[in-house]
Ligand binder design. Structure first.
Ligand code: BES
Ligand code: MN
Ligand code: MN
Length: 445
């Protein structure tokens, strides 16, 4: 295949600012969906449809019929996270640029570049596909996948397949491809504190009136202590500690806590529960993060005011066997309990996901392992992931194995400035998945 042509095509896809969380980009999300649909048509799909287009359309495709061959469902997402802070990008997020063998753009690794990889691997296999392909490429993954959830509840037969393939993750280290056995879930919420009817002059009232920001900060402070413990009553009771054997295998992975701090986090120290290894903290323990706090005066200059309301966007990551619904109740109860009687505290849930668990014993995993072994010289290591993909539990409900893998690298900077994809990973990836499809078609599962 002509890599220059492929690079031009991927660049066209990445240029579309399909930021799903902000309504100003609705038309761009649609355009990215159209781009995917165009590719599916070029791959000879018998059926290409936009489903559930209440918000951003889910692109559905049915590949050419291949009698007696297995059915492989490919899931991915064409939406991306917001690109800000813009001034930290070396080149603009939606002007894809190659530097030093890496393609820099929002979505390069998460997930447009990887969706592209899976599709081009089909094209690379020639005109007669080895398996029955189904495609489910959505535009709302980064915003909780609400529309796709509803669609799968109404039409669960869409997920009927012999295997589901998702490339939305990374190698655990350069030259170490992986398959993932768990994903964390997510509970995303806004906590709002209101202390008075309206803002007040801080000279006239300061010293005697409650301050919403102060109350909010105190409340947040009670929800997590500096040692990393989350004080949401009941939160840890469903957390299942990984088996000793699994923890032991993590110690042999190419992961060094000191390198993680120095090269990836690039901070002065790591935080969190010191009694657990960093990998256990990232993969098998819940988290509580504050994403941003608004309210009061944050404009240029100075204004002397006591804010009457303040809001924090927060989220918790969930691990097996926690349940989103339970955690929502636990968080709401904790906020109610920690807020003093004279403030009005409320919690609104924006989106969320249950954690996912995948057994990697199905024969399809051995075929992917073989494909990686042949192409990159090492098979897939079972690992866990700290991130979330909301619909994974629903995709597995029909009994098909959900193969969670990817061609990214740990330093791709997902959701952050200067996100990138190493082109070598992409070219290798196309060969890996092409081989995987062939193996699946010839050996079956
Ligand atoms: N591709 C990521 C998920 C991911 C990242 C898995 C790293 C494993 C390792 C996905 O696009 C993502 O970012 N998901 C969101 C989901 C949320 C907004 C509901 C996430 O994890 O924050
Ligand atoms: Mn993703
Ligand atoms: Mn993402």
């Amino acid at each position: 295949m002509d890599n220059d042509r492929l690079l031009r095509e991927l660049t066209d896809f990445l240029r579309i600012p399909s930021v799903s969380t902000s309504p100003t980009h609705n038309a761009d999300c649609r355009a990215a969906g159209e781009w995917v649909a165009g590719e599916l048509r070029r791959l000879g799909c018998r059926e290409v449809q936009f489903l559930a287009s209440g918000t951003h359309p889910v692109v559905w495709g049915v590949g050419p019929e291949v009698p007696r061959a297995p059915t492989l469902l490919i899931y991915g997402h064409y939406d991306v996270q917001p690109p800000d802070p813009l001034d930290e990008w070396t080149t603009p997020p939606f002007e894809p640029t190659v530097r030093d063998g890496k393609l820099f753009a929002r979505g390069a690794a998460d997930d447009k570049g990887q969706v592209f990889c899976l599709l081009k691997a089909i094209e690379a296999g020639g005109d007669r596909p080895p398996v029955n392909f189904r495609f489910l490429i959505e535009g709302e993954e980064e915003y909780g996948s609400r529309v796709l959830f509803e669609l799968l509840r109404r039409e669960p037969e869409r997920t009927r397949a012999d295997a589901v393939l998702i490339a939305d993750m990374a190698y655990i280290a350069p030259r170490w491809p992986a398959v993932y056995t768990t994903l964390r879930g997510l509970c995303y919420a806004e906590i709002t504190v209101r202390t008075a009817k309206s803002d007040l002059h801080s000279g006239e009232f300061g010293g005697a009136a409650p301050n919403a920001h102060e109350e909010l900060v105190r409340l947040l402070d009670r929800l997590k202590t500096p040692d990393g413990k989350i004080h949401v009553p009941g939160l840890y009771s469903a957390v299942r500690r990984p088996a000793k054997a699994e923890l032991a295998t993590w110690r042999s992975l190419p992961f060094k806590e000191s390198d993680f701090l120095k090269h990836r986090v690039q901070a002065k120290a790591l935080t969190g529960l010191k009694a657990y290894s960093v990998l256990e903290r990232l993969w098998a323990l819940p988290t509580f993060e504050i994403h941003g706090i608004t309210g009061g005066f944050t404009g240029d200059g100075a204004k002397t005011v006591i804010p009457a309301a303040a809001t924090a966007k927060v989220s918790l990551r969930l691990v097996p066997d926690q349940k989103l619904k339970t955690v929502e109740r636990q968080l709401a109860a904790a906020v109610k309990r920690f807020a003093p009687r004279y403030v009005r505290a409320s919690v609104t849930f924006l989106h969320g996901a249950d954690p996912a668990t995948v057994k990697v014993t199905h024969p399809a995993f051995a075929l992917l392992d073989q494909a990686f072994r042949e192409v990159v010289g090492r098979g897939t290591i079972p690992a866990r992931a700290g991130g979330s993909i909301p619909v994974v539990p629903a995709l597995g409900r029909g009994g098909a194995p959900v193969i969670l893998t990817g061609i990214g690298l740990p330093d791709d900077r997902l959701h952050a400035p200067n996100e990138k994809l190493d082109l070598k990973q992409l070219w290798d990836g196309i060969r890996v998945f092409r081989r995987f499809y062939e193996l699946l078609g010839s050996k079956g599962v």
